[in-house]
Design a protein around this ligand. Structure first.
Ligand SMILES: C[S@@+](CC[C@H](N)C(=O)[O-])C[C@H]1O[C@@H](n2cnc3c(N)ncnc32)[C@H](O)[C@@H]1O
Length: 453
């Protein structure tokens, strides 16, 4: 952690934000933006500090709660996170503390390390730890791990064998440690307006350190997190912010010039924009969503992108009459299904505390219904990509498995093969499974389903 912003009010601000976040009635990013809207005196550095500190508490809540003991205040959680997660010293904090807090912190520092349960070590709720541990037993991981390339990591190289020999707890510990780190900032170059080399060169001129993403052909990973919204590159629509994993889903769908394509759960259109560019702004690309509000956010992005083939349309549900009218007409359909988001904990650490086994079960019903409705759009020989940013088999493999049993007219294509054909060297078996500790992306799952001719 860099220096503490001068004013002591940042610790008060972080404690206020944490107190509201821990109600879990609103998403953490909404709590933060409301707080900043109501406290405009905080400058960018102070806002950054408040956000980083509050997210550190969310990421390591179980660990910090164990350290703090039975009774603690949000402010004590903040101080504990600053010392034990963000690595600040008591001296750095001391100017901002009351005498009583100074005393508490001295006593806190002297406490012995608590013995943590496996779920606490991973900083996951018990129900989630149990589900994931059951999923990632060595035998079940064999397929995904077997396809791993040699991985370069800080501190050395890790080989396939290093991963295969891990117990399910050790593997989960690696996964959860990477889920408990902030995500890097990835960009996607809009191939209609620029090449990746041009953008890399321009970033270099702005003194922004960047490198090509490992897998995504239009992806760029930045070293820092500069504000980009006022940069010419962004205003001119040459770049968009998009996680590398999210970009790979567009390449899996692989829509072509002149095709009929639907992005069934388009939201604010992150993937729609990539699909439109892959189609070179030709053909017809529907962007469906049940949320008007989310689709409205697509409009300014579309204007920057230069795409003219996108048709956003709000639908009432997956059974909307508009959807029914398009039955059998689509070459490609992307289902980026509403999900628990548990693969995106690097960005949304509150989700592990906000989701429950019941909320996941409700989502699975919705996912199955959306996939069945979306598949009706596809013509013979056409494809559906079913994708989520969840790590749970019940939202992923189980949904696709049940769909294939009920729909003999579809069969699964190999994601590894489809990516190889596009010179993307990423083979995780038939389905795509991305993990932050293995691939450096958010956690994603995808399966490609083709309607037989
Ligand atoms: C994972 S998000 C999509 C993110 C988006 N594809 C992107 O790349 O930015 C899932 C979306 O599904 C939408 N959704 C929920 N139920 C739906 C339904 N029955 N039909 C279509 N979309 C739905 C949600 O409003 C949400 O925007």
């Amino acid at each position: 952690m860099s220096r503490l912003p001068k004013t002591a009010t940042v610790i008060d601000a972080a404690a206020d934000v944490v107190a509201t976040m821990l109600d879990f009635t609103q998403p953490a990013d909404a709590v933060l933006s409301n707080y900043f809207r109501n406290n405009r005196e905080l400058g960018p550095h102070e806002r950054g500090f408040v956000a980083d500190t509050a997210y550190a508490v969310l990421r390591r809540k179980r660990f910090l709660e164990r350290l703090c003991g039975e009774k603690y205040t949000p402010r004590q959680l903040v101080l504990a996170a600053l010392m034990r997660v963000q690595g600040m010293s008591q001296r750095q904090l001391s100017e901002t503390l009351s005498a009583a807090e100074g005393k508490w912190l001295t006593e806190f520092k002297a406490r012995p390390e608590p013995e943590l349960t496996p779920a606490e070590q991973c900083d996951l709720p018990d129900w989630l730890y149990e589900k994931l541990a059951a999923q990632y037993s060595s035998a079940q991981r064999a397929e995904a791990d077997g396809h791993l390339p040699l991985l370069e990591r800080e501190g050395g190289r890790e080989s396939v064998e290093d991963f295969e020999s891990l117990s399910s707890h050790e593997w989960l510990l690696k996964l959860s440690r990477s889920l408990n780190q902030p995500a890097p900032l990835d960009l996607r170059v809009n191939s209609l307006k620029a090449t990746r080399d041009e953008v890399l060169e321009l970033l270099g001129k702005y003194r922004i350190t960047a490198e090509p993403c490992r897998y995504a052909p239009f992806g760029i990973r930045l070293k820092e997190k500069p504000a980009l919204s006022r940069e010419t590159l962004f205003i001119e629509g040459k770049i968009e912010v998009q996680d590398e994993g999210s970009q790979l889903l567009g390449h899996l769908l692989q829509p072509k010039r002149g095709e009929m394509v639907a992005d069934f759960c388009a939201g604010a259109g992150g993937k729609t924009l990539l699909l439109g560019a892959l189609m070179r702004s030709t053909g017809r690309l529907y962007a469906f969503d049940v949320s008007d509000k989310r689709l409205a956010k697509l409009k300014p992005r579309l204007a920057r992108s230069g795409l003219s083939n996108v048709h956003p349309a709000a639908i009432a549900s997956e059974n909307d009459i508009r959807i029914k009218r398009l039955a059998g007409k689509m070459d490609r359909v992307l289902v980026d299904a509403p999900c628990s988001g548990l693969g995106t904990l690097r960005r949304n650490p509150d989700l592990k505390w906000r989701q429950t086994p019941q909320s996941v079960e409700e989502l699975t019903r919705k996912q199955a219904a959306i996939l069945a409705a979306a598949a009706r759009l596809v013509k013979p020989g056409g494809r559906v990509v079913y994708a989520t940013c969840s790590l749970l088999h019940e939202e992923n493999e189980d949904i696709v498995g049940a769909f294939l049993v009920a729909h003999e007219e579809f069969h699964r294509l190999s994601c590894g093969d489809l990516l190889r054909q596009q010179s993307i060297a990423l083979d995780t078996g038939d389905d795509l499974r991305l993990f932050p500790h293995l691939h450096g992306t958010d956690g994603f799952y995808a399966a490609v389903l083709e309607r037989k001719k």
